[in-house]
Design a protein around this ligand. Structure first.
Ligand SMILES: Cc1cc2nc3c(=O)[nH]c(=O)nc-3n(C[C@H](O)[C@H](O)[C@H](O)COP(=O)(O)OP(=O)(O)OC[C@H]3O[C@@H](n4cnc5c(N)ncnc54)[C@H](O)[C@@H]3O)c2cc1C
Length: 492
């Protein structure tokens, strides 16, 4: 019997698993995919918004602000990327310009550093800003991160501290008898738990529907798609700051976002879709993104586009996050409608669930006992060869020559880093899992050169045939047959 079962291992489920793993509780995480952080947490703008934008009085406003203040130290502790870039909200006409003082006033009320700049002043800081821009509001505490790296690090530490992560486990029914939930997965496995936390992203409404007796489900999620271009990595990106347009009722608008690996993201648009699996790119949306970003910046090198992607926002009808114990189902906690700024708010959301919901439970039969673990284990920070000095690199390669063999030329990833990621606690077992953890295949060639090498290394390190290596899900075959003797030479 578990104390808590978390459904969904995105950034929210990962923060929750990590923070709960500090206590003497039995925790399991059930994730339908073959790896964690593969949905909204994988397909977003990666911005830790300063917190100036959400409506006053909402959970979004308070948790975004609190989350943005927590991120730097969380990322430092985990040994993952985080960069404070600052952001411009750019007005391209006088009507938009008139909206900036109110935005600044709202930020000042929240103690968020901000300033108003004229167009020319802004262009001195960001020379590639469009000439159309007449004024900007600058928010220096805005930051960027690498969202799935954070989720993976959190979950790795959670698993090191006895959280049980169950992958390929899609929850299909939840029943409650007395004080126990019975959770059934598609594979036919049954889990028993005292609490369930619903962190299922765009499926959070359907997960709650499994257990609620209410006639009308108060959680309704309408997926809202956003599409992006990714530009090739540069020494210095076109813009150093996140550039937002002035927001509209449709959201934050189409942005330019430098990434922690010096790529540039252009996007996202915002389109309601009905199918929760509709994650393909469309010509119309990408054309719209191209046009929209040109209002914000000039000299955009569109010839440097290396890929496109899309993500689905879990938009709800109330416009705010829903984070509460279900009225009709005690001990069932919904963490739903976590659209933007869900990433920026994630550490604060987890803290809110622990301190404002779980720890405040008074009913003796249902109360969880929170006793901190004495020997909490911390993860070992992975080595990033690219970030080492020449001296450090030479010393490392002497001791472990695999760190001197470059496998991904675009991103400068070595065999040593790939081997390490395969053998870590949350070890990578598929090509995509390696790519998500250490980035071979994320660069210009998109895996054209390094993917076969990654397959070889995976097969060798996991002691299986290359034919058994998958791209991602158990169905995603890469190699179908051997062409000539020996696994090493299997044909693609
Ligand atoms: C286009 C776009 C741009 C965004 N930009 C930003 C931004 O810049 N800054 C910001 O703060 N926020 C941003 N967001 C929002 C942010 O990405 C999300 O709020 C956050 O990732 C939500 O995390 P999550 O864990 O709730 O959901 P997810 O990451 O979607 O995780 C939910 C998990 O639940 C699993 N699951 C679902 N159903 C089941 C089931 N039946 N059984 C088991 N597992 C299940 C899924 O497989 C998934 O892994 C953006 C979102 C999008 C889509």
């Amino acid at each position: 019997m578990y104390d808590v079962v978390i459904v969904g291992a995105g950034i929210i489920g990962s923060f929750l698993a990590h923070d709960l793993s500090k206590y003497q509780l039995n925790i399991a995480v059930l994730e339908k995919n073959s790896d964690i952080a593969g949905e909204a947490t994988m397909s977003n703008s990666a911005i830790i918004h300063a917190g100036h934008d959400p409506k006053t009085g909402t959970l979004k406003a308070s948790l975004n602000l609190q989350g943005s203040r927590m991120y730097e130290s969380v990322c430092k502790e985990l040994g993952v990327s985080y960069k404070r870039t600052s952001a411009f909200v750019a007005a391209t006409n006088h009507e938009e310009e008139e909206l900036l003082p109110a935005m600044i006033a709202q930020a000042e009320e929240r103690d968020i550093p901000c300033m108003l700049l004229r167009g020319e002043e802004a262009r001195r800081k960001e020379p590639n800003l469009s000439e159309e821009i007449v004024a900007v509001a600058e928010f220096p505490t805005t930051a960027i991160c690498y969202p799935w790296e954070i989720a993976l690090a959190l979950m790795e530490e959670a698993v090191m501290n006895q959280v049980e992560l169950k992958l390929n486990e899609k929850v299909i029914t939840i029943e409650k008898d007395q004080n126990t939930f019975q959770i059934l997965t598609e594979k036919g496995n049954q889990y028993e738990s005292r609490y369930v936390i619903n962190a299922a992203g765009i499926y959070a409404d359907e997960i709650y529907q499994l257990v609620t007796k209410l006639e009308k489900n108060p959680i309704v999620i309408h997926p809202r798609k956003g599409e992006y271009f990714v530009l090739d990595r540069e020494e210095k990106t076109l813009v150093e700051r996140v550039i937002y347009p002035v927001p509209s009722e449709k959201g934050k608008g189409v942005l330019l976002v430098p990434t922690t690996h010096n790529n540039l993201l252009l996007g996202p648009n915002s389109t309601m879709v009905t199918d929760k699996e509709e994650k393909g790119n469309t010509t119309e949306a990408l054309a719209y993104v191209k046009e929209a970003v040109q209002k914000l910046a000039k000299n955009i090198p569109f010839e440097k586009i290396i890929r496109t992607f899309a993500g689905l926002r879990a938009s709800g009808e109330s416009g705010d996050f829903i984070i509460e114990e279900a009225m009709d189902v005690p001990c069932f906690i919904n963490v739903a409608q976590i659209e933007s700024p869900g990433l920026a708010s994630a550490p604060a959301i987890s803290e809110y669930v622990l301190h404002e919901i779980l720890m405040k439970k008074e009913d003796q039969d249902q109360k969880l006992i929170f006793i901190q673990k004495e020997n909490y284990l911390k993860r070992r920070h992975p080595i990033r060869v690219k970030d080492l000095s020449e001296e450090e690199r030479n010393k490392l390669v002497k001791e472990q020559p695999a760190y001197g063999r470059v496998i991904c030329r675009c991103e400068q990833i070595t065999e040593g880093e790939i081997i390490d990621t395969i053998h870590r606690t949350l070890g990578a077992k598929t090509v995509k899992a390696v790519k998500k953890r250490v980035r071979p295949g994320m660069g210009r060639c998109q895996g054209g050169f390094c993917e076969p090498r990654v397959v070889e290394i995976l097969a060798r390190e996991l002691h299986i045939s290359p034919l058994d290596i998958r791209m991602d899900s158990p169905e995603s075959l890469l190699l179908t047959r051997e062409l000539w003797g020996g696994d090493k030479h299997a044909g693609i």
